[in-house]
Design a protein around this ligand. Sequence first.
Ligand code: SIN
Length: 490
Amino acid sequence: MATKFELSDLIRTEHFIDGKWVASISGKRFDVTNPATGEVIATIADGGEADARAATDAAARAFPAWRDALPKDRAAVLHRWHALMLENADVLGRLISLEQGKPFAEGRGEVLYGASYVAWFADEATRIYGDLIPQQQRGKRMSAVKEPVGVVAAITPWNFPLAMIARKIAPALAVGCTVVGKPAEDTPLTALALVMLAHEAGVPPGVLNLIASSRESAVPAVADWLHDGRVRKITFTGSTPVGKYLARESAETLKKLSLELGGNAPFIVFDDADLDAAVDGLLVSKFRNGGQTCVCPNRVYVQTSVYEKFGDMLAKRVAALKVAPATDSAAQIGPMINARAVDKIARHVDDAVSKGARALTGGKRLTALGPNYYAPTVLADATSEMQLSCEETFGPVVPLFRFEDEAEAIHAANDTPFGLASYFYSQDVRRIDRVSRQLEAGIVGINEGAISSEAAPFGGVKESGYGREGSKYGLDDYLSIKYLCQGGLD
Ligand code: SIN
């Protein structure tokens, strides 16, 4: 059996349902394009309601046998899947770059990042313990056991086409759930390739099913899962409005939900910070995937006494970032995902400049490279009246806000309905303790810009959603607790 694949082997153009590649029941297809050039990469099956239903039928049929498989056997399948991902890391990285636009090094890095969740949950599969409850009455034994919730629907975004779906499928399969999935319409090819590798790794038919859908077909397809009582859980990464829609529409069948939603992350630089480290940390966290990351800092607060110096240091580094298509090995920032994304960035920057912001570097489209490129930008004199202070820009733009003291910085950082990631730089241990307690966020980076890890709980508070991915907590969302009360034991 071949285990190392060519790019052409991995480009799949049909849905994967019940262990087979199948066309859409409607016969419809849609184009997947390269954001760097606008060229069509593949024309693939466009899944609607009937395809979603067929996927659920398969997942529901496969559930009892997968639930009852020994945890070590499920773990072995996940370990094989992990090994295949590593063996094909280069080609998967190229596929990510092709359909998503990120530089190859980042695409390959994403493969390793996504694979790390698969390895993590393969190990966790064999460590799902219950409790024997201390005896309360003679003749009675009470215990709590954990069971897989059932069929899980995984709906994933375009910014990390491999890592996001891997970190949803892996815990689901580890605990014994079966999965129906739908990747974003911009980047379905990586998810289809990943499912192909899962099949090669021995995931049984029906246990993992994936449909791809265009923007138009996605709504009825997902609605079918939302209203189907056999789907017991939805796991979603994406925008807050869509998360709220999923919560509302799934309420009728009271599904379990994990929602990893919008961010608007603050990044605070106190005047006692190591400014070189803060610039390094900001570059790492802000410009990952060209700023198209839920945990990217969206608002950078800098204390007045170091404001000008920090702005100059940052602007020099940002101006030196190389923007180029993923095919250029020196590329550090690729194209944005599509025209809508670039239009939003331009709208935010134009609005900020019209209200008094100064571009220290960037501030324009890079049309010579193609329609989807935007220059890495630093904006000084940002204020809370500007759109970019309350909406996620999701692009390579750093607005610098000024603050006088700690209380003002914390108030500004928390003055948002969102609470996913937050970051701050300070060398004062007492301040570190105070600020990390007061920030309203699921994740706090303290003198650190690279926060993501398979071993850590990823997720937000407030309107950034609920549920955690990764870590020992990442299994809980896929499990329910059953209480067993056994009498007549005297
Ligand atoms: C995201 O942007 O939603 C995920 C980022 C990460 O896993 O670090």
